[in-house]
Design a protein around this ligand. Structure first.
Ligand code: NAP
Length: 463
């Protein structure tokens, strides 16, 4: 009998749908088909690939409400955010549909009259993607769109918790005319499918979004066949409020950075560092706003903060809050939970903690929950030192209207994405990705198609 994944709604514990786990034989067959499809798809001209990608984007938009509802049911994300994610996911397809037509080579002047030097770009081959549950649509299209635009074929394994959105996006791609073997989806357990992907000679590139430990494992396992790897891994974003910051604006931006998807985004502010002279005022204003947030089932349009994804996520956040309060953190609001393992729902009420110190777990590890830990600094050099004291380097934010402070922070923060008076920097047209243990490569922008391309150099002699 087939083994099934039980996709459950983390707001209610109800079964949303069962999804069949693919057997090893099926997955190996999928890889073989993907490799064969690459040979044809890579020959389709760029304008036709672009046309099909645009059709896919349009079809997704036609099914926007349906996709958003599925996403909310499987992930708990508030419906307005799911609708926003469908747009965000579509924006990557739109962007790379255009970039498909701009994969340029170059000619290089030779050092002799008898030679010509030509550089061309070609797709790397079959791409295998592994995606997380926190953005089930956008993390898939951010990989699939540049891969298909470049002429690669593509196989995705979505997270066990949220396969339904991805399955639907792949169906819609086929309905839009992208050949079935060019974009495929397989379902099952990450550790097992990851091995099949990394061991396969058909797969020329692994692209992964998820946790840093799994990313490291995939990098190691890709070494034997020297695959290309792109890694979008964990984050531990600092958000710095300088003494001169516009506090009203900074509070608004902190809210949008922190509480989107119940704090389960890799770039959300994980540590808030406030200049000691404005810490009290900032904290009071923030608590006033946080207390207004409506927590509930994401299908209710009024909900602003949904549940966290599962029991593991719930326990991690609760234990971090517990650790912080035991070590002296002051609860400014929240610290309430409504989780029920048997029933299968997992709510954490938005929490703000003051008097936070660096020895607390939440100042060292990614939290992935609706919790704001606030610590203070005396001068901007100290803020940079605290911000950079982490192996992660994905996103950092700062709020200042002083150009010298801003320039100093921009130059000294070791993070791949920096928001200056901006708590929401992600965009299809900009390069997203991390430094240090937050990743390898970039997704989005002109940089985002590069990892799907090889460079070929032709030297013609005897002319
Ligand atoms: P995770 O455990 O690493 O899971 C992510 C994906 O990897 C899932 O599809 C999972 O499959 C799969 N997986 C698990 N173990 C694997 C293995 N041994 N080999 C191959 N694949 C494996 O991450 P998570 O905790 O669910 O997701 C949150 C993490 O993603 C956070 O660290 C967050 O910062 C990061 N993230 C990063 C970005 C970015 O752009 N940098 C964006 C979003 C999220 P199963 O579901 O079957 O276990």
């Amino acid at each position: 009998m087939s083994k099934m994944l039980q996709v459950k709604n983390p707001a209610t514990g109800e079964l949303v749908q069962e999804v069949r786990i693919n057997t090893e034989e099926e997955i190996l067959e999928t890889l073989k088909k993907g490799d064969a499809a690459f040979k044809d798809w890579s020959k389709v001209n760029a304008h036709e690939r672009s046309r099909l990608l645009k059709k896919w984007a349009n079809h997704i938009q036609e099914h926007k409400a349906e996709i958003a509802k599925v996403m909310t049911m499987e992930s708990g994300k508030p419906i307005n955010e799911s609708l926003g994610e469908v747009d965000y996911a579509t924006s990557y397809i739109d962007w790379y549909a255009e970039e498909a037509k701009r994969i340029y080579g170059r000619t290089i002047p030779a050092n002799t009259e008898s030679k010509r030097i030509v550089v061309t770009r070609q797709p790397v081959g079959l791409v295998a993607a592994i995606t997380p549950w926190n953005f089930p649509a956008a993390m898939m299209t951010r990989k699939a769109a540049p891969a298909l635009a470049a002429g690669c074929s593509f196989i995705v394994k979505p997270a066990e918790d949220t396969p339904l959105t991805t399955i639907r996006l792949v169906e819609i791609a086929h309905e839009a005319g992208i050949p079935e073997d060019v974009v495929q989806c397989v379902n099952g357990y990450g550790s097992e499918i990851g091995e099949l992907f990394t061991n396969s000679d058909y797969v020329r590139k692994i692209t992964f979004t998820g946790s840093t430990p799994v990313g490291k494992h995939l990098i190691k396992n890709s070494a034997d066949t020297v695959k290309h790897v792109s890694m979008e891994l964990g984050g531990h974003a600092p958000l710095i409020i300088a003494e001169d910051a516009d506090l009203h604006f900074a509070v608004q931006q902190t809210m949008s950075s922190k509480f989107r998807n119940a704090g389960q985004t890799c770039i959300c502010a994980n540590r808030v560092l406030v200049h000691e002279n404005v810490a009290k005022e900032f904290s009071d204003r923030l608590v006033e706003e946080v207390a207004k947030l409506k927590v509930g089932d994401g299908l209710d349009k009024q909900t602003q903060v949904g549940p966290v994804i599962n029991e593991r996520g719930f326990e991690k956040v609760v234990s971090q809050i517990d650790d912080a309060t035991k070590k002296g953190a002051e609860v400014l609001c929240g610290n309430q939970f409504d989780g029920n393992r048997e029933a299968g729902y997992f709510f954490i009420y938005p929490t703000v903690l003051g008097n936070v110190s660096e020895d607390m777990k939440m100042m060292q590890e990614e939290t992935f929950g609706p919790v704001v830990p606030i610590t203070t600094f005396k001068d901007i050099g100290e803020a940079v030192q605290i911000a950079n004291s982490t192996p992660y380097g994905l996103a950092a934010y700062f709020f200042t209207n002083d150009y010298r402070t801003g320039s100093y922070l921009h130059e000294n923060l070791d993070f791949g994405i920096v928001g200056w008076n901006d708590g929401a920097p992600s965009a299809a047209h900009a390069p997203f990705g991390g430094m240090k243990e937050s990743g390898l490569g970039r997704e989005g922008g002109i940089e985002g198609i590069e990892p799907y391309l090889e460079t070929k150099y032709l030297s013609v002699g005897g002319l």
